[in-house]
Design a protein around this ligand. Sequence first.
Ligand SMILES: Nc1ncnc2c1ncn2[C@@H]1O[C@H](COP(=O)(O)OP(=O)(O)OP(=O)(O)O)[C@@H](O)[C@H]1O
Ligand SMILES: [Mg+2]
Length: 236
Amino acid sequence: MTTLLALADLHAHYGDSHVLRGISLDIPAGVSFGLLGRNGMGKTTLIRTAMGYVRATAGTVAWSGRTVTGAPPERMARLGIGYVPEGRGIFANLSVRENLVMAARAGPDGARDWSLERVLATFPRLAERLGHGGQQLSGGEQQMLAIGRALLTNPRLLILDEATEGLAPHVVAEIWRTVAAIRSTGIATLIVDRNVRAVLAHTDRAAILEKGRVVLAGESAALTADSDALTRHLGV
Ligand SMILES: Nc1ncnc2c1ncn2[C@@H]1O[C@H](COP(=O)(O)OP(=O)(O)OP(=O)(O)O)[C@@H](O)[C@H]1O
Ligand SMILES: [Mg+2]
């Protein structure tokens, strides 16, 4: 299996604060990877450093075997990473259709698997609201729009950071169903979510971060069964 994203001994700082302290992890093509950890342990920073929003102070980021440490976010996106950040990042003053159409492009290998039609079939609620402005959408619809935008870039890896945050339970369930559907298409995913059991149920592998280090990593099924470890590291 080709490794898509490989982080090796990655470090990052915010000023004097040493937030990532030597992270190593690999995400092979087609694999769903869960990133777990209590609040403030460095999950979002890991993603932002891999994407080039935060500077790596040591270590490397590689994509498909090529070192890309320090590459800007736009380059990482063009290489095939679709990133749905915490807080969604949609354009509130544009319509649903405009948000989607402006994101659309072929994937790094020329793939056009995800068209506007396919995204609308995946998220029928968006199809009903194509002319609405981003600010008129519910939180769940905004999240679906953010995921739809990322899919329209035809990524090889889709990163979801807290995609279910603040949503009603039935909307959360809909997001997880969509995550499962996306996973079944063979796109690799990197998933961060507060619901540990849901993350483990929707991923092949997972790693637990504590203070900027990976303290435990393995098959998601094995982690699910290790309730002692989940209690110790995550308090669940
Ligand atoms: N822009 C920033 N400037 C300074 N410190 C930051 C910044 N962003 C995050 N931090 C700090 O870095 C550490 C890691 O934060 P990060 O957001 O990566 O954690 P997280 O695991 O995503 O947490 P959460 O579950 O709350 O989203 C925390 O101590 C946080 O307070
Ligand atoms: Mg975070």
